[in-house]
Design a protein around this ligand. Structure first.
Ligand SMILES: [Zn+2]
Length: 487
């Protein structure tokens, strides 16, 4: 959750209008150079997308990712690709990579930390170049205009919790503001086509094309581990967390397409270049530590209920569980908490949602106001609660929570846990970072796993991070990644 992020006009609107704009003409084929109008579409959405994903990183790692990205873009055969493609390493703790028209491709630093060699990085970026070259966004947009399916992806999240019904969708929609909607959901066939193009580009560039399968396998294993650690039974991360749906089955397809192929991996070069990358949450955006969210810059913290897991987005922190869902965010504040709570309710949906009352109290020394509204939601009723806190005359934050009717108290402990963070405590919030080490004789998976800066599942995290199967052992002299506390 970044400091200043107040939900602005969604970038989706910008992109879809622009895309619609270029729909007048025909869609260029997969080898045509990027057109002027495509470049303009991308240039318009690019800055907002960067803002949504924590900003573009600079420095040697960003330069390295850009180099690998431009080298693989050239393999696409799109005229002038080296200059016309923009490759960004973004400061996001989510495993993600995406592309928009006009040659703008992105990977998050978190996804880069999961990779184990340069060929995997080239594979992921090649996949995104494939989406651009094959004009998947434009084709998707054309299809959407033909059959109005545009908004489908966005509703997935809330429908899991509350079933596909109007209010749930609005909350899901609210939670999915901005960038998550931007990366238009590509169809399964388009994902497979982008994999295939990525494999071709890898092969043309002399990389080992099997890297496409290994990186997808790492992503599938990481999803499964995250789901297990978050106590979720479905291994798929919420749609917005990965634009690479169902990596597991795509592994088989990629393997079958790269059988007998070989090439360069550049493992040691890659690991040396990514050494020191921030891993997980960046304190500048706040950190999720077990059930606590703490933001050293905003000087605030709160604790989620037992059995719920949190995802730290740039404009909100979402709190997810079987018996409810909430998000913590901010909105413009004029010093009146009651009207603030009222305006959050009225901004929720067309239908008038009015709390039975708005009460005030003090929470850990903070002035607070809250209200709950009972709302018909398709077949069922839900309770929608807004709980707001004044941190300064011009700064307030709030929870927007939804629970089945009669269960609004599910989040009471969380509401009472919001507190200011002292300067000392803020100074102790340090990020985790990637540390690339060389295995010495006598080092084992379990001895090195014990150095992972996590209280739980150290060995599983180590094996997934290094692409190691459950029986794989280490060789002296081999480079591996561990996650340690930074400074
Ligand atoms: Zn894709």
């Amino acid at each position: 959750m970044s400091r200043t992020r107040i939900i602005a006009t969604s970038t989706t609107a910008v992109l879809s209008i622009a895309l619609a704009g270029c729909m007048g003409g025909t869609i260029p084929d997969a080898s045509a150079p990027i057109t002027q109008s495509e470049a303009e579409i991308g240039a318009e959405a690019h800055p907002q997308l960067l803002a949504e994903f924590g900003g573009a990183m600079t420095g040697p790692q960003a330069v390295y990712v850009e180099q690998v990205g431009k080298n693989i873009a050239v393999q696409s055969g799109l005229g002038g690709a080296r200059d016309s493609f923009t490759v960004s390493l973004v400061n996001s703790p989510v495993n993600n990579a995406f592309a928009i028209p006009g040659g703008y491709i992105y990977t998050t630093r978190q996804l880069v930390t999961l990779m184990n060699n340069e060929a995997e990085l080239a594979g992921v970026l090649g996949h995104e170049v494939g989406h651009v070259a094959a004009r998947h966004s434009q084709r998707r947009q054309a299809a959407a205009q033909r059959n109005q399916i545009f908004g489908v992806g966005a509703a997935i999240l809330s429908s899991v919790l509350l079933g596909s019904n109007p209010l749930g969708q609005q909350l899901g929609q609210a939670a999915l503001q901005g960038s998550q909607m931007l990366t238009l959901k590509f169809s399964r066939n388009q994902e497979l086509e982008a994999d295939e193009l990525g494999i071709q580009y890898l092969n043309n560039a002399g990389y080992d094309p099997r890297a496409m399968a290994t990186v997808l396998a790492s992503l599938a294993n990481q999803n499964a581990l995250d789901a297990r650690l978050q106590g979720r039974d479905d291994a798929r991360l919420p749609e917005w967390a990965s634009t690479h749906p169902d990596p597991a089955s795509r592994v088989q397809t990629a393997l079958s397409k790269t059988q007998g192929m070989s090439g360069t991996l550049n493992r040691d070069t890659f690991l040396t270049r990514i050494d020191g990358l921030v891993y997980g949450d960046d304190p500048e955006q706040g950190i999720v530590e077990g059930r606590q969210f703490i933001h050293p810059e905003l000087r605030l913290a709160f604790t989620a209920p037992q059995g719920f897991y949190m995802v730290n987005g740039t404009s909100a922190v979402t709190i997810n569980g079987q018996s409810g869902k909430a998000q913590f965010t901010l909105a413009p504040y004029n010093g009146n908490l009651q009207s603030y709570v009222q305006s959050v309710f009225s901004g929720l949906s067309q239908q008038q949602i009015t709390p039975s009352s708005i009460q005030t109290r003090t929470v850990n020394g903070l002035p607070a106001a809250f209200g709950t509204a009972r709302v018909n939601n398709g077949q069922s009723q839900v309770d929608v609660t807004v709980f707001a806190y004044e941190f300064a005359n011009d700064r307030a934050y709030h929870f927007l929570a939804i629970t089945p009717a009669g269960q609004a108290s599910t989040f009471n402990q969380m509401y009472s846990s919001v507190r200011r963070v002292s300067t000392q405590e803020a100074a102790q919030v340090v990020p985790r970072v990637l540390d690339v080490i060389t295995v010495r004789s006598g080092d084992t998976v379990s001895s090195l796993s014990r150095r992972m800066a996590y209280p739980t599942a150290q060995e599983e995290r180590f094996r997934v991070l290094n692409g190691l199967g459950s029986n794989d052992q280490l060789q002296a002299g081999q480079k591996v990644k561990i996650v340690i506390r930074g400074s």
